[in-house]
Design a protein around this ligand. Structure first.
Ligand code: HEC
Length: 152
């Protein structure tokens, strides 16, 4: 059991090193580059109010068991991951009492709203609905130097 875990850990480490030196992550875009549209985030907010706010709070500050979905602690959970990781987390486990019951487009909209609520800028084009595209957009808690300014 222990050995098996060690083998898995080594494999994961090798994969991480591979990703670091390889293509997708390093050539991809960043959440700081305006990767969703304001209209999309507004639709996501409507979904949030209807499907998420009862547990996560009207101001995304969390209630009871449900954690807050805005602020440094929330963003730190996704730092150095991709938008696909956040999307999959939401799509496969939320709403906690009824997972998977929004459409793919609605989940993308909710994710756009979460990005907006955490200070990531809107841009001209909507967030793509395809996982393989979302997997090329990195989440960095700290704004990188020289990131493109959005018009928003
Ligand atoms: C019935 C209550 C409930 C509803 C409704 C709900 N959640 Fe959650 N959510 C939770 C709880 C409890 C947790 C913490 C336990 C867990 O991770 O499953 C959580 C965790 C999360 C996390 C992980 C937070 C982190 O810090 O990584 C995200 C993201 C999230 N919810 C988003 C949503 C979104 C978006 C919706 C609406 C589509 C939603 N939730 C609806 C109860 C709920």
């Amino acid at each position: 059991m222990k050995l098996r875990f060690a083998v898995l850990a080594v494999a994961a480490l090798a994969a991480a090193i591979g990703a670091g030196t390889g293509q997708a992550q390093s050539t991809g875009r960043s959440v700081w580059e305006g990767i969703y549209s304001p209209e999309q985030a507004a639709r996501g907010e409507a979904q949030y109010v209807e499907r998420c706010a009862a547990c996560h709070g009207a101001t995304l500050n969390g209630t009871g068991e449900a954690p807050g979905l805005s602020g440094g602690e929330f963003v730190s959970h996704y730092d150095q991951l991709t938008v696909a990781d956040l999307f999959d987390r939401v799509r496969t486990t939320m709403p906690q009492n009824d997972p998977g019951t929004l459409s793919r487009d609605q989940y993308v909209e909710v994710v756009a709203f979460l990005l907006k609520s955490n200070g990531f800028p809107a841009g001209a084009a909507p967030l793509d609905r395809r996982s393989e595209v979302l997997a090329t957009i990195g989440i960095q808690a700290q704004k990188p130097d020289g990131a493109a300014q959005s018009g928003n």
